[in-house]
Design a protein around this ligand. Structure first.
Ligand code: AMP
Length: 398
């Protein structure tokens, strides 16, 4: 069975065609500059590449281009679009309504659009993309929505409520939702698959560290707390986001600099984190390089990132009454051995003894880099959100 996985943005449409009989990617690509002009980059598993400029006034033309490159020309991998059994869509926000993935109906698309205030940059284009997909593939092709928030819906109120007047939860659904749920779910399930451990009675902390980063505390296979909040801004410093800060900082800067709410939001989402602190880049590789060359602000940025993550790990271990394994994933978690090792150092009091050599050689592999006699495991598990979306799609079709 072949499943097309879609990750739509306001001006882009990423796709992967996955053969679910063997879980291999058949082809993948990205339609860019939707609404401006249009460009598609397409790669097949056997190494063929197509890159061409096209006209994408809307997401519909982008979907038509995806069908075209999959079925014709240099990048052709299937004879007929009917070979695609179903489409799985990544969706940012499912509010409190969608606690699991779901088959897409008109009502589901309406709901996704109606959560636009919770996910203003993502939910509207994702709803638009689903409608466009229906038009191109026809309503007979089943579609599934997989929400970034749904895995975190098991959190208890004491973890998801904020200490503000209760009426704002009732009026506006203001609470902690958490994001990267598909990634946290994939790596935690993979950990249980690899180790054969029973989720029941197991306490793990998943660390998705990339341009956006979040941690999740998972007990008995269920999320009990996570670092991102109402939006993906909360937690610790990221590429361009500030993470959790004293809320007074927000009103103080707005008053001093005469900023509107949108301008302040832009400052916290786009100009802070690694970029704002270092003044160099939002990219962890650039920051680490500058730090190694003696740049003090770059070093401060790395130190803050590691320190803030260690504080979250400590607090989640305290909240769960212990921890059995830390799982690292995402661009930084999978590739930066130094950051991984620094996070795990001096955690002997928690029962974790990291092995430096194993950690240095664990990049992009599924490896436990803790010492043999360490009570707590420390794993690298590369994430695969697209496969998780495709698996949910197949499961819902069955
Ligand atoms: P993601 O958002 O998961 O794609 O991750 C992007 C982040 O991973 C960026 O900050 C990259 O700098 C970082 N990254 C990728 N490769 C490496 C590497 N070899 N060392 C350190 N960071 C890396």
């Amino acid at each position: 069975m072949k499943v097309l996985v879609i990750n739509a943005g306001s001006s882009s449409l990423k796709y992967q065609l996955i053969d679910m009989d063997n879980e291999n990617v058949i082809a993948k690509g990205n339609c860019e500059r939707i609404g401006l002009d249009g460009f598609i980059g397409h790669k097949t598993a056997d190494g063929r590449e197509v890159e061409k400029e096209m006209d994408f006034p809307t997401h519909k033309e982008a979907f038509m281009a995806v069908v075209e490159v999959l079925t014709t020309g240099e990048g052709k991998v299937i004879d007929d679009v009917k070979e695609i059994s179903a489409v799985g869509h990544r969706v940012l926000h499912g509010s409190e309504v969608y606690k699991t993935s779901t088959l897409v109906t008109d009502k589901v698309i309406e709901d996704i659009f109606s959560f636009r205030e919770l996910g203003p940059l993502h939910n509207p284009p994702q709803a638009t993309a689903m409608k466009a997909c229906q038009e191109v593939f026809g309503k007979d092709t089943p579609m599934v929505a997989v929400f970034d928030t749904s895995f975190h819906q098991t959190m208890p109120p004491k973890a998801y409520m904020f200490g503000i007047p209760y009426e704002y939860y009732e009026k506006y659904s203001i609470r902690r939702y958490g994001f990267h749920g598909t990634s946290h779910r994939y790596v935690s399930q993979r950990y249980f698959e690899i180790t054969g451990k029973d989720p029941k009675g197991t306490k793990i902390i998943t660390c998705h560290l990339g341009n956006g980063s979040s941690l999740a505390a998972i007990q008995d296979g269920k999320v009990v707390d996570t670092s991102m909040g109402l939006t993906p801004l909360d937690g610790f410093i990221m590429g361009t986001r500030c993470g959790g800060i004293d809320p007074s900082v927000v009103t103080y800067i707005m008053n001093k600099e005469n900023l509107t709410p949108d301008e302040m939001s832009n400052l916290m989402n786009k100009k802070s984190g690694f970029l704002g602190l270092s003044g160099i880049s939002n990219d962890c590789r650039d920051i680490q390089k500058a730090a190694s060359e003696g740049n003090a602000r770059a070093q401060l940025t790395v130190d803050m990132f590691v320190y803030q993550i260690r504080k979250f790990i400590g607090s989640y271990a305290a909240a769960m009454g212990g921890v059995d394994a830390l799982l690292f994933t995402g661009g930084i978690g999978e590739n930066s051995q130094d950051i991984r090792y620094d996070i795990c150092s001096d955690f002997e009091y928690l029962g974790l003894k990291a092995n430096k050599e194993l950690c240095m050689n664990a990049n992009r592999k599924e490896v436990n880099f803790a010492e043999k006699d360490s009570k707590v495991e420390a794993w690298v598990i590369p994430t695969n959100e697209e496969l998780m979306i495709a698996k949910d799609t197949v499961a819902l079709l069955k």
